[in-house]
Design a protein around this ligand. Structure first.
Ligand SMILES: [Zn+2]
Length: 414
């Protein structure tokens, strides 16, 4: 077997031909002079074979994945060809993207490494500076996202997460059926979400969205109602329960402030008890809460209302759920407890969107699950300098990008 053939087999250069090789930099770099075999002289746009116009353009160099710590470089002088449709054009390079300085294989390796580790760790493994890697990754993600369109979106989810130590927010849009992140935008509120609807979706796509889930912030609910006329909006149940618990806790805090040290002792540990779901309570817990009727009427009242409210999720029939919620709101408004009143009014404002859960038991649970992955990514890197880096990592880990699909199958070796 000749040396060329050996290298060809080891490096798996299918469809390419090695014409020369040499070592450089004290045998730390392997340079190969290669050329496309069979597939040469094709137009990058239409893939048609063209006539060569200029043969000797300048030599170009691509970095490939390293072999046993040995850096591998490809050398080739791309030809200029003439395509009947596209005119004079540089021929397609089978192993790399036009204007890229690294091969597809290296691009893929960068992506796969960054999916499971920090960019810094990946840069150490690949032996390239972290800033170079970050730039390369940004270029790959941007390129993949450009060629990617949102398809078949039926169930939409919107949520926000904090970033930069809670000082800034990003709005994240999910495809809840496919559990993927579709879009990441800086900021929260109406302006940000409008940007998604205006730029990322066509009118037809907006009309095809059947379901949407978000929290109770008016910015999101109003935006979804405005842009997607055929959508049934379901308020995320977890956000409702969270708001309910906060309202009850507000009553506890207010009572705590008014109490003397002796009284405070008697309601110690109540915070967690109040937030607990009724099925998770022990008998002793329930007895303790029932005793509050004599001890602290206000907290007891709030707790009973909260326990009652849990029933709403058991309804299957929309009419029954509506009747129940209407009655519950009236009772809550009569209590003269400000935080519960506020909550009841919020419920009234979102009435149709809360009872809509009977149509489809849609929650943002998938979104919350993705948020957890995003948080891991965020903590792994102990924060990001800017949104670009952060959204790159979000798209890379939980985005709807099909990165290997962009890379020819014969070059997908890792
Ligand atoms: Zn062409």
């Amino acid at each position: 077997m000749s040396n060329f053939k050996l290298l060809y087999k080891i490096l798996r250069l299918k469809g390419l031909k090695i014409t020369d090789y040499w070592f450089k930099n004290r045998n730390k770099e392997l340079h190969l002079s290669i050329k496309p075999f069979k597939n040469g002289c094709r137009c990058p746009v239409c893939d048609r074979r063209g006539k060569i116009v200029v043969t000797s353009t300048a030599l170009r160099c691509w970095e490939d994945i390293s072999l046993m710590g040995l850096k591998v470089f490809f050398w080739y002088a791309p030809k200029e060809i003439y395509c009947p449709t596209h005119g004079r054009i540089q021929e397609e390079i089978p192993w790399a993207d036009a204007y890229a300085r690294i091969t597809y294989r290296l691009e893929w390796r960068i992506c796969s490494l960054c999916q499971i580790m920090t960019q810094k760790a990946a840069s150490e493994i690949l032996g390239m500076p972290a800033s170079t890697l970050s730039n390369l990754l940004h270029r790959i993600i941007t390129k993949t996202r450009e060629g990617h369109k949102i398809r078949g979106l039926v169930t939409l989810g919107v949520d926000e997460i904090s970033f930069l130590k809670g000082r800034k927010f990003v709005t994240i849009v999910y495809d809840l059926d496919r559990s993927k992140v579709l879009w990441v935008g800086q900021g929260k509120g109406r302006k940000t979400i409008d940007k998604f609807f205006d730029n990322a979706l066509s009118d037809y796509q907006k009309s095809r969205i059947r379901w949407a889930s978000c929290d109770m912030s008016l910015a999101y609910t109003e935006a979804i109602k405005h842009h997607c006329p055929n959508t049934t909006l379901v308020i995320d149940r977890f956000h409702v329960v969270k708001a309910m618990n906060e309202a009850v806790d507000e009553v506890r805090k207010e009572q705590w402030r008014e109490m003397d040290p002796e009284g405070r002792k008697s309601i110690k540990g109540l915070r967690w008890l109040l937030a607990m779901h009724s099925t998770n309570r022990t008998k002793g817990n329930t007895r303790f809460l029932n005793n509050l009727r004599k001890g602290n009427r206000r907290i007891h009242r709030a707790w009973v209302l909260k326990d009652e409210f849990e029933h709403i999720w058991t309804y299957k029939n929309k009419g029954c759920a509506e009747k129940f919620l209407k009655k519950w709101i009236t009772t809550a408004l009569r209590t003269r407890i400000p935080s519960l009143k506020t909550f009841a009014l919020t419920m009234r404002k979102h009435f149709d969107n809360i009872t809509a859960f009977t149509d489809r038991n849609l929650t943002n649970a998938v979104g919350e699950g993705l948020n957890r992955v995003i948080k891991i990514v965020k903590n792994r890197a102990s924060g990001y300098r800017n949104l670009d880096c952060f959204s790159d990592m979000i798209f890379l880990t939980v985005g709807n990008l099909d990165i290997p699909a962009q890379i020819p199958s014969n070059l997908r070796t890792l």
